[in-house]
Design a protein around this ligand. Structure first.
Ligand SMILES: [Zn+2]
Length: 62
């Protein structure tokens, strides 16, 4: 995904920064522990599309 696009994307819930998990193709908000899916390179920035991360799931950076 375009890194410049990633720079302007923020969490729709808390407006905080997101981390792109390349292997999972998800944008992760560490504050809310939500993972937003990226489908065909298009981030699904909707809370209803997000997956809740379990408390014990490691959040990968970078
Ligand atoms: Zn958030």
């Amino acid at each position: 995904m375009d890194s410049k696009l990633l720079e302007i994307l923020v969490c729709p819930v808390c407006k905080g920064p997101l981390v792109f998990d390349k292997s999972a193709q998800e944008l992760i908000c560490k504050a809310d522990r939500l993972a937003f899916p990226v489908r065909d390179g298009i981030p699904m920035m909707l809370e209803s599309e997000a997956r809740e991360l379990p408390a014990d799931e490691e959040v990968r950076g970078g």
